[in-house]
Design a protein around this ligand. Structure first.
Ligand code: ATP
Length: 199
C-alpha cells in the first residue's frame, strides 16, 4: 500500500484546488515559515477522521475552512481527498486503489466518501483501524508530539503499542461482546424473577 496523492481545496491556507502526487521514494515538502507545510499534514489527519479541532490548531472544526485573505473572500467548504495504491490489499477492501474524501461546509454539515461512495465517519475509521494509519496513529507525528509520546502516561503509551500490534480491533470486539453478555445476563435475571413470581 502506498500513498499516491492528496487533493486539498478550501482547507486552511489552500483556497484553490491543490494536488500533491507522491512519487516513489521520499517526498520532502519545503517552504518558508507560514507557507502551509503543517497544513498539508493536518489535511492528511483530517481526511483520515481527525475529530479534534484543537489538535488541528483550531477552536472549532469550521476553522479549518479557508477563512479569506486580503484579496480573497472566505470559502464555505473544505474538501480533502487522499488516494492510496492498494494493490497489495493492505487496506481490507477489494479496491486496488482507495480514495477517501471528507468535506465540511460552514453550516457544520459533513460528508464522507470512500471511492466516491458516500459513507459514515465510522467506515473511514474502520478502514484505517489497526493499519497504523488512523487519525491517532504514530505514522503522522506533528511538531511536539514526539515529546508528548515520551512524556505520556504508561496506559496512553500502551494504546499506541496496541495499535501498532494490531490488537485494537480485537479489544473493541471483546468490549462489545462483554457488554452484550452483561445485557443478556440482565435479561436472564429478569426471566428468573418472572419465573419465581409465577411459581
Ligand atoms: P512553519 O514552518 O512556521 O511551521 P508552516 O509552513 O508549517 O509554517 P502552516 O502552519 O502550515 O505553515 O500554515 C500557517 C498559515 O496557514 C498561516 O499563514 C495561517 O494564516 C494560515 N491558515 C491557517 N488556517 C487558515 C484558514 N482557515 N484560512 C486561511 N488561512 C489559514
Amino acid at each position: 500500500m502506498k500513498l499516491k496523492s492528496l487533493q486539498i481545496s478550501g482547507f486552511k491556507s489552500f483556497a484553490d484546488k491543490t494536488t500533491i502526487n507522491f512519487e516513489d521514494g521520499i517526498t520532502g515538502i519545503v517552504g518558508p515559515n507560514g507557507s502551509g507545510k503543517s497544513n498539508i499534514i493536518e489535511a492528511v489527519r483530517w481526511v483520515m477522521g481527525e475529530q479534534s479541532a484543537k489538535s488541528l490548531r483550531g477552536g472549532k472544526m469550521p476553522d479549518i475552512i479557508f477563512a479569506g485573505s486580503e484579496n480573497r473572500q472566505p470559502l464555505n467548504r473544505a474538501a480533502v481527498t487522499i488516494t492510496f495504491d492498494n494493490e497489495d490489499h493492505f487496506l481490507k477492501t477489494d479496491y486496488t486503489e482507495v480514495s477517501v474524501t471528507r468535506k465540511l461546509f460552514r453550516n457544520g454539515e459533513s460528508q464522507y466518501l470512500i471511492n466516491q461512495n458516500e459513507c459514515r465517519l465510522k467506515d473511514i475509521l474502520d478502514l484505517f483501524m489497526d493499519t497504523g494509519l488512523g487519525r491517532d496513529s504514530f505514522s503522522v507525528i506533528s511538531q511536539g508530539r514526539v515529546e508528548a509520546i515520551f512524556n505520556s502516561k504508561p496506559e496512553d503509551r500502551r494504546v499506541i503499542i496496541e495499535e501498532v500490534a494490531g490488537v485494537l480491533s480485537y479489544k473493541q470486539d471483546k468490549q462489545k461482546a462483554e457488554s452484550e453478555l452483561a445485557k443478556t445476563n440482565g435479561y436472564l435475571d429478569r426471566v428468573s424473577d418472572l419465573i419465581a413470581e409465577l411459581q
